[in-house]
Design a protein around this ligand. Structure first.
Ligand SMILES: Cc1cc2nc3c(=O)[nH]c(=O)nc-3n(C[C@H](O)[C@H](O)[C@H](O)COP(=O)(O)O)c2cc1C
Length: 403
């Protein structure tokens, strides 16, 4: 079954590129086993921290809203906001006590088990990494992206991720201390993620996770008060295009193995992350909300999609990233202009196509919308604003190409 989905990364073999991202699923062995049994390629354990403030699970808070910001009740929509304030990380002692069981489950189901660290004291990164290697974790993920960084007394999460020097220092110390692969999970809350990835590559890091979540603010429309009390981590399937852009840039500029994530919800999303340059794809929100049965379905759907496309994972990785036209080369995009189909145009009263035509490619003549190719920029907005499907884009030059 898993022939096309099977893949290798970081010297490890994965049944498929679907990885359960570090989150609360991997705190409890029974839940961990249910996800391992679903057939995912790997699971990253809940981050271990030395910050007591973030080990306090009674302060963890979640809020799920639909795209109109109404709280979700029951069926989860295709897109949603997953808003959360953390507080459920594990201590190293708690993980060490559970690790033998988690790793045995991983071996039983052929699931690669990766450890995650989110320390606030510089010395603990190395000591936890060595302990996790000795326990038998296949690889380590350094969480330089936790959006709740300010909760700890020392520097933690994205506050580390925002300091290139600190990132390099900690990552290099860990890379030199262990033999297992080290992955750095990046925060998107920086001005240049690619520069950071390049700096990490220079100090021997082999892989990056692109990317952790942003901090956001949601406001209760009834009370005007901050939901969950203040800023919290925000994500959901709507994040995918932003994550894909970052994955593709890092794929184009580095030789790093990329674990894509933040916004993958379906098998097609996983495929899109692969196309943009990810070798493995981490998923958290949809796993937490839809459960292990959905994880099983997603893994099967990915295999079916690869079958349908006649591809395996290795042949998909980076395909779209390799054919992207850069901003510097925008002029290389093919010329096109709008074409109005008079037989389909109803001559409607609203004339929304005119309302959104900013270049004059469509104009009013004797009460009718007519096409003016000389003034069409080829932007394509009219295709979206005509409710009757009367406008399409066709290849060919316009006067604008000489502007
Ligand atoms: C409730 C919750 C807990 C999380 N805990 C951790 C964690 O302990 N360590 C970590 O690196 N990321 C953690 N994350 C972030 C996820 O691993 C993942 O990077 C993020 O949710 C984006 O992926 P998604 O769009 O699939 O949810 C957590 C996310 C959520 C929603």
């Amino acid at each position: 079954m898993s022939q096309r989905s099977e893949t290798t990364a970081l010297g490890l073999t994965f049944k498929n590129p679907v990885i359960v991202a570090s989150c609360d699923i991997a705190r409890d062995p029974a839940c961990f086993e249910a996800f391992a049994a679903s057939g995912v390629g790997g699971i990253i354990t809940k981050s271990v921290t030395d910050a007591p403030e973030l080990q306090e699970s009674s302060i963890a808070r979640f809020h799920i809203a639909d795209m109109s910001q109404r709280p979700v009740q029951g069926a989860f929509p295709n897109s949603y906001y997953f808003f959360s304030r953390g507080g459920s990380m594990m201590s190293m002692d708690a993980l060490a006590a559970e690790a033998p069981e988690l790793l045995a489950i991983g071996r039983r189901y052929g699931t690669v088990v990766i450890g995650s660290i989110s320390a606030s004291h510089p010395d603990h990164w190395v000591s936890y990494a060595k302990q996790m290697e000795a326990l038998g974790f296949a690889a380590l993920e350094l969480n330089f992206g936790n959006p709740h960084g300010e909760a700890a007394k020392g520097k933690l999460g994205y506050l580390i991720g925002q300091s290139p020097d600190l990132c390099r220092q900690i990552a290099q110390a860990v890379v030199q201390a262990v033999k297992i692969p080290v992955i750095v999970k990046l925060t998107p809350q920086v001005s240049d993620l690619t520069a950071l990835a390049l700096a990490l590559q220079e100090v021997g890091v082999r892989a990056v996770t692109v990317m952790h979540r942003f901090q956001g603010l949601m406001i209760d429309p009834e009370t005007d008060s901050p939901i969950l009390g203040g800023c919290a981590a925000i994500g959901g399937p709507w994040m995918k295009p932003i994550s894909l852009a970052n994955v593709s840039k890092i794929y184009q500029k580095t030789q790093l193995t990329i674990l894509g994530g933040n916004g993958a919800d379906t098998a097609r999303d996983v495929y899109d992350f692969l196309l943009s340059g990810a070798h493995l794809v981490e998923i958290c929100s949809t796993m937490m909300l839809r459960g292990p049965a959905y994880a099983r379905q997603l893994v099967q759907e990915l295999e079916e999609l690869l079958e349908q496309k006649g591809k395996d994972v290795a042949s998909v990785v980076g395909r779209t990233a390799e054919s992207m036209v850069s901003y510097k080369n925008l002029g290389a995009l093919p010329r096109r202009h709008s074409q109005l189909d008079g037989a389909v145009c109803t001559g409607c009263k609203e004339k929304t196509c005119l309302q959104s035509c900013y270049f004059g490619g469509l104009r009013l003549e004797n009460g009718q919308v007519v096409q003016d190719t000389d003034h069409c920029s080829g932007c394509g907005l009219c295709v979206h604003s005509c409710p009757h499907g009367a406008v399409k884009m066709v290849m060919g030059g316009t006067k604008h190409e000489n502007d």
